[in-house]
Design a binder for this molecule. Structure first.
Ligand code: ZN
Length: 370
């Protein structure tokens, strides 16, 4: 049933649209009006309210064309904060990010023993050190499969300490703060969307832990029922192939995850492979093979969902152009793509603390939803 919207809802909606834009980049009132489709008067009204509330600030005037000056508006980074919890197989991270998304503090937490207790202890420490009233919530990223709606981790391979843990409701209850759980690849995809180049893309996370994927279509994360995320690593690229940990055969992850690609070779990790590329023919062969595996997975995915960009995230970004060149060749050779459309392959945001930033973005983006 279509829902009616009252004036209060519309006001809040417009305010959050403006804030979402300003979290991506500073903009003048005129630019905000153009980007949102609101009238200049309505935009100014919202901007003035946000200024009065201390949520945004005016930057120094900029001269544009013929000596005309405009005043860019930007968010106030210290108005709000979010707790960021990145759950990983080897080590977890707990941090606090400001409203612009930058980490204020970030601490590593052992992934063994009782990691939930460790995470709780670190959050308690962060909240004791900072102004709790400005913390909007807790964003948690984890390898899948997950039930994001319930905030529960299901049964990710090699992650037994977290199996069945309803981590979001547990943290929410403990700290009386909203807490949201998101697949780690989807968290990176939503963060990538905030940086803003494509509205329709697949982000592939390829690292020591495995392969994950997050799809954004028309600017929105693509979920299935109960917020299940796409499990790109477990899309089969070979019906009679290797048995995967998930029980399926020929999964992309069984071939293209970095540990599986490098098994039985002299290369311990992706960066050593890339570093040997110019001198070792074996390294070149393995990189070409990885491109072939990933291209097969990408073609499967883009046959189902229309995207224009593939972002590569995780360890595999290292030496990006070497793999990307082979990947472009592989993709260009697949007739579906060749005939119908061009798909660009780009590196995802590669700041070293991107996972912490992306986990905090989960909480900020929920706050900015209406
Ligand atoms: Zn599998």
């Amino acid at each position: 049933m279509p829902k009616v919207r009252n004036a209060e809802y519309t006001k809040e909606y417009n305010r959050k649209v403006v804030l979402r834009l300003l979290r991506s980049h500073p903009a003048s009132r005129a630019e905000l009006a153009r980007l949102t489709g609101l009238t200049r008067a309505a935009t100014s009204l919202i901007a003035n309210e946000l200024l009065a509330d201390g949520v945004i600030r005016e930057l120094a005037p900029e001269i544009v064309g013929r000596g005309r000056s405009v005043i860019p508006l930007a968010i106030c980074p210290d108005k709000y904060y979010a707790i960021s919890v990145c759950l990983e197989r080897d080590v977890c991270e707990v941090g606090l990010c400001d409203f612009s998304g930058d980490p204020v503090v970030c601490r590593k937490v052992p992934a063994h023993g009782d990691p939930l207790a460790e995470v709780i202890a670190q959050i308690e420490r962060l909240l004791a050190e900072h102004d709790r009233s400005r913390v909007l919530g807790i964003g948690i990223s984890s390898p899948g499969p997950l039930d994001s709606e319930r905030g529960a981790i299901l049964n990710p391979p090699r992650f037994p300490q977290w199996h069945g843990v309803e981590v979001a409701p547990k943290l929410s209850k403990w700290f009386s703060l909203p807490a949201y759980l998101e697949n780690n690849a989807m968290a990176l995809a939503m963060h990538q969307h905030r940086l803003g180049t494509s509205e329709d893309f697949l982000l592939m996370l390829v690292d020591q832990g495995g392969i994950g994927g997050g799809i954004v279509t028309r600017g929105k994360p693509l979920y299935g029922s109960r917020h299940f995320n796409c499990e790109l690593g477990h899309a089969s690229i070979r019906y009679d192939g290797r048995l995967c940990e998930c029980g399926n055969r020929g999964c992309l992850e069984a071939y293209a995850s970095i540990p599986n690609l490098l098994r039985g070779t002299s290369f311990p990790d992706w960066s050593s492979l890339i570093d040997a590329y110019g001198t070792d023919p074996e390294a070149k062969k393995l990189i070409q093979r990885e491109a072939m595996y990933l291209a097969t997975g990408i073609v499967n995915m883009v046959s189902l969902v229309n995207v224009d960009t593939i972002y590569l995230a995780g360890d595999i970004r290292y030496g990006f152009s070497i793999l990307a060149d082979y990947l472009d060749l592989e993709l260009a050779g697949r007739s579906l793509l060749q005939k119908n459309r061009f798909i660009q392959v780009l590196p995802a945001d590669f700041r070293s603390d991107v996972k912490v930033v992306a986990a905090a973005d989960i909480a900020f983006s929920r706050f900015l939803e209406v």
